[in-house]
Design a protein around this ligand. Structure first.
Ligand SMILES: [Zn+2]
Length: 436
């Protein structure tokens, strides 16, 4: 390996020289956005008729009125719409999309298939206005490769906070061999994200660190779409959760727990996880625990609704999945309404990849229907997750000095939340991906 050292350094030097020449030749790119309304993600005040100036990817000015652009400026006319910070979806799966063929595809698709799909779905997600996502579970660390390619500017997509492979227990939700015949290798271990002891749990977390994960995901209870009977039974001991969390802290990881059932939710919260995903059968004691511990709730009602709708069709799901899909969907919406009212902290998240990529914005309407004011739903998808992910020094709000990660919707989301599903402007990395 050392033999390649000088060559690589030589190549890097040529590259940086080229970059310097290019930068000197090109004047900084200025983008002038004329916004009819501006919601900054932090304040409750909506400003009207504003100009936001982005120079080389950073917000340099926010002014009242519409500034007259210079000859070389790129102009975005959003006078009829509302400018918002780039949106966050705290629960997606970018390398897949559930379909009637999903069960059989599990035997047919390899790493490369999923990696190529993830590039397509990442672009769809970005064009729907989501400039940052947390990917909570892949199969072959393909979302880590995707994240790296996006960060390197090779493919368009949101900033990805990737969990890599979810950590499950044997037979549990995210055991990759569920439902397989014995003739296939079917006893995965901690390196594959399947644990059965606190010791395994630590090994599984360290393996994720080695593979380049940004965060840890566990499946604390059964799940709707796994080929297994229960969608809600507890699948981790509290000791195992604690071992995951304490190992995760050594590496600066936060821990997200998929959890539908009441007991599994409580074990996860007591074990110290940072977010509860779905939380379907959350009860009053669980709500109390989450409030005491400051655990965030990521409701993912979009996926709940979608599986319910598919469950109404007789043949869409494998027979073992259908009753779970019918039970979980409507329940999540009731749980969200109750948890929000009780004061549980909420982060916007959809579980898209269950429902189709690019439909993430539908969650806003479900949140408003559940009693959360529109302005709060926007904060739950901008400044609140930015702070949670410790990205608030860069993004999550519209302010001078922040990155120009910006989204425009037609009309006013405070009077019609449905506009969040019709994003007309997307800017990230100094590139306008969609313009009105
Ligand atoms: Zn999920």
């Amino acid at each position: 390996m050392t033999g390649f050292g000088p060559t690589r350094r030589g190549a890097a030097l040529v590259c940086s020289l080229l970059a310097a020449v290019t930068a000197a030749a090109a004047a900084p790119q200025t983008t002038i956005i004329h916004a009819g309304r501006l919601i900054d993600g932090v304040s409750d005040t909506v400003k009207s008729q504003q100009t936001v100036v982005v120079v080389d990817g950073k917000i340099t000015a926010i002014e009242a009125g519409y500034r007259t652009p210079g000859v070389d400026d790129r102009v975005v006319d959003l006078k009829q719409g509302t400018l918002l910070p780039g949106l966050f979806d705290m629960h997606v799966h970018l390398s897949g999309e559930y379909s009637k063929n999903s069960e059989i595809n599990d035997y047919k698709l390899n790493e490369a298939d999923l990696a190529i799909d993830s590039v397509v779905y990442a672009e769809r997600t970005l064009l729907a206005g989501f400039t940052t996502v947390r990917d909570l579970g892949d199969e072959f660390r393909e979302t880590i490769a995707l994240r790296n390619a996006i960060n390197a500017g090779k493919v368009p997509g949101p900033r990805v906070i990737a969990a890599g492979k979810s950590i499950a227990t044997t037979g549990g939700h995210a055991d990759p061999s569920n439902g397989w015949a014995r003739k296939f290798p079917s006893d995965p271990g901690p390196a594959d994200g399947v644990i059965n002891s606190p010791e395994d749990a630590r090994k599984a977390v360290r393996q994720r660190y080695k593979e380049g994960s940004d965060t840890i995901k566990i499946t604390a209870t059964g799940g709707v779409l796994s080929i297994a009977k229960s969608g809600s039974n507890p699948q981790f001991t509290e000791e195992e959760v604690r071992a995951v969390v304490s190992a995760a802290r050594d590496y600066g990881f936060k821990v997200a727990a998929h959890a539908h059932g009441t007991e599994g939710i409580k074990r996860a919260v007591r074990g110290g996880v940072d977010t509860i995903e779905h939380g379907t059968f959350l009860d009053d004691e669980g709500i109390k625990l989450m409030k005491e511990r400051g655990t965030f709730y990521v409701p993912t009602m979009s996926a709940g609704r979608w599986v319910y709708e598919q469950g109404l069709k007789p043949d869409f799901f494998p027979p073992i999945v259908r009753p779970k899909a019918l039970a979980v969907g409507p329940q999540i919406q009731q749980t969200f309404a109750k948890a929000y009212k009780a004061g549980v902290k909420i982060l916007f998240g959809t579980d898209t990849g269950v429902n189709p990529h690019g439909t993430n914005g539908g969650e806003f309407r479900l949140m408003v229907d559940g009693g959360m004011p529109a302005m709060e739903t926007i904060k739950a998808a901008t400044s609140v997750p930015a702070k949670f992910l410790e990205l608030d020094d860069r993004t999550g709000s519209i302010a001078v000095g922040k990155l120009g990660e910006l989204v425009g919707v037609p009309g006013d989301p405070l009077t019609d939340i449905g506009v969040m599903e019709r994003v007309v402007f997307v800017m990230k990395d100094n590139t306008v991906y969609k313009a009105p």
